[in-house]
Write a protein that binds this ligand. Structure first.
Ligand code: ZN
Length: 403
């Protein structure tokens, strides 16, 4: 699931769960087989599974933990680096098990693997993250500081709401490319042409955040060593910086949500929740030299967009937002949908906190690779928040008073 923000403007996004990937995974696993055995689960000690995949005549053995097993023989495999592989039966050449327990890679093991996969890159490790970069060490360290502050704030925020989250099972990885070109080249396989407008994204499949060094962009002719804190601060004082920092935080929030148990990767998470939460956390604070400090402030860009939507908001707006993710995927309606998602999360967290928490907890329990329909989504929402018409009236009244 990923971004969405072009530099300076809000443009189209698609989902990365590439939806095609999700759809095909869901298809081959098959609705009927979703009496599936959900084998995986954080915290359980499980033996290692070895799956040999054969594609175009080449065999590769993957070591991991089978998360979902379909009756037709397809599997969803989680490897030691945190990558999820939906493997149809046709691609599985053989399988075996080992007695030793499944163990995620350590940060050092991951660092070694990343450097091997990305020649010329260096590694910057922080307490919870492994950054792999080929830009300046100063920028990597700046992003590292931002991510660690977000990590602490994210866990504190949910703890204070009495939502029990677990520490990420895998070290969190972020790649920082030196420029748009190298980032685009790497990301093309996941993003396609959208790489041009997407400055960073979190991939549900690889579990990584990928981005590039925005301080190196041509049009920002700011003097100073590319590595210096002064230069980074000067860049953050540029008019476009608010969205830049917001995007970096937004993607890191997705990554934390999917690694802490707040949301489940490859489950049917409504976009209005996933995106709403990521936007709720992103609000940067450019008064602070660090660029970001608090959670849940009014998101100016999204409040502005929501006000714009209010001028001709259809009566069915809440229903369409809740029912499916179409409005988020259509470039013509995406910025309205993001704004409304932010507003709805903001409103519910401020006026119906306990109900919101129960709702989010129920969502987190949904099984992987099951796509629920609109009716299911609406029913679950109404179960927690009541009648939509009444709620919508209060929602609009509340949001009109937000300054
Ligand atoms: Zn997002």
């Amino acid at each position: 699931m990923y971004n969405e923000y072009a530099r300076g403007s809000h443009t189209s996004r698609k989902t990365l769960l590439p939806m095609s990937f999700f759809a095909s995974a869901a298809r081959f696993l098959g609705a009927a087989s979703l009496a599936t055995i959900i084998l995986g689960g954080f915290g359980k000690v499980q033996a290692v599974d070895f799956v040999t995949v054969e594609k175009n005549g080449t065999k590769t053995e993957l070591e991991g933990r089978i998360e979902v097993e379909a009756q037709d023989g397809g599997v969803l495999l989680l490897t030691r680096d945190g990558v999820l592989w939906p493997l149809p039966k046709e691609e599985i050449a053989s399988r075996r098990k080992d007695d030793k327990p499944f163990k995620p890679f350590t940060k050092d093991e991951l660092a070694k693997k990343l450097i091997n996969d990305l020649p010329g890159f260096k590694v910057h490790q922080t307490k919870h993250y492994v950054f792999c970069y080929n830009t300046s060490p100063g920028y990597a360290a700046w992003v590292g500081g931002l991510y660690e502050r977000l990590h602490g704030a994210f866990y504190n925020y949910w703890k204070q709401l009495k939502v029990d989250l677990h520490e990420p099972e895998f070290p969190l990885i972020a790649l920082v490319f030196e420029n748009q070109e190298s980032y685009a080249q790497y990301s093309r396989k996941e993003l396609g042409d959208a790489t041009k407008s997407i400055i960073g994204y979190y991939s549900l499949q690889s579990n990584q955040v990928n981005m590039y060094d925005l301080t190196g962009v041509e049009e920002l002719r700011i003097k100073g060593d590319r590595n210096s804190a002064a230069r980074i601060n000067a860049i953050l004082s540029q008019p476009g910086a608010e969205r830049t920092v917001a995007t970096i935080i937004h993607e890191a929030t997705h990554q934390l949500a999917y690694n802490s148990g707040l949301e489940a990767r490859f489950a049917d998470n409504p976009f209005w929740v996933s995106e709403g939460i990521a936007i709720y956390f992103e609000a940067p604070d450019l008064q602070s030299a660090k660029g970001w400090k608090k959670i849940g402030g009014v998101n100016r860009v999204n409040l502005f967009n929501f006000r714009k939507l209010l001028r001709e908001r259809p009566e069915t707006s809440l229903t369409t937002l809740l029912s499916d993710d179409k409005r988020f995927r259509d470039p013509a309606t995406a910025s309205d949908a993001y704004a409304e998602a932010w507003a709805l999360n903001y409103f519910l967290l401020r006026t119906r906190e306990a109900k919101y928490i129960d709702y989010v907890k129920e969502l987190a329990k949904q099984p992987q690779l099951v796509e629920e329909g609109a009716e299911f989504r609406l029913a679950m929402f109404k179960k927690h928040f009541g009648d939509l018409t009444t709620l919508d009236t209060e929602f609009l009244r509340y949001m009109r008073s937000v300054q």
